[in-house]
Design a protein around this ligand. Sequence first.
Ligand code: NAD
Length: 280
Amino acid sequence: MILIDGKKVAAEIREELKKEVSDLKSKTNKVPGLTVVLIGDMAPSQIYVRMKEKAANEVGLKSEVIRYPDSAEEKTVLEKIDELNKDKSVSGILVQLPLPKHIDKQKVIEAISPTKDVDGFHPANVGNLSSGYESIVPCTPLGCYLLIKKLEKNLSGKKAVIVGRSNLNGKPMAQLLLKENCTVTITHSKTKDLKDECLEADIIVAAVGIPELVKGDWVKKDAIVIDVGINKTDKGIVGDVAFDEVSKVAKALTPVPGGVGPMTIACLLKNTIECFKKAH
Ligand code: NAD
């Protein structure tokens, strides 16, 4: 079984990006800038934002975090986004989700200029991706895609089963694999016989949020299994795939942690640099 070392692949990507930022700096006298907007003090969001800021600084990006209290008004956040959209030193804008209940998530997502939407959540980017046009791709599915492509160059005709249909993970993941000519099945909470669907798959991407949902006897021998899940349990952080069982059957599997997570951050940096290159 190949243990897909997302941490190592992400470190390689970050190293390449560091060189690219340095080249861009000598060519343009500017560096790409990533601005993260964080509303409230939820612990996981604080941790994610700190990780993103650290990673951005390490590759040489200009990074800034704008913090608001939980009580911040929607109008204040929208005005700030408008200001950032106009700011030429800002290449990418990310509003950390989830947002407090009184702020309309969709309004915030749509306020970000599609050209600075490093999360790839703006309807213009979602539409471009699903139409097969160039677009900014959400960081986690992009990371999964790069890991799959590193293992197998030609995915044409492969059967891919995506477990979970979120806008964040499942749907964009399906679009990326469709573009590679996979036959894609998207499964969700109302899917009947999820096990049977998974047993057909050459590639499984699990993005559900249910600890160890995908079992060893759900997986075809030689399947590639990508585990997006991050679930806190009594035995620590586990994925959506039963690692011990699935590792006995699959051809390749991502661990949790150390699989998809590090790729998400590397892809955020990649998206920011792409936005900068398009703007210049
Ligand atoms: P979500 O809650 O938005 O979506 C979950 C999806 O799973 C839904 O589409 C739902 O229909 C489906 N689902 C629920 N129960 C199911 C079942 N029994 N069978 C089949 N499908 C079922 O979740 P999300 O935001 O896509 O996140 C999924 C997981 O990925 C979470 O554990 C989250 O923490 C993790 N995550 C990891 C990263 C990373 O960088 N590794 C990034 C984002 C999310």
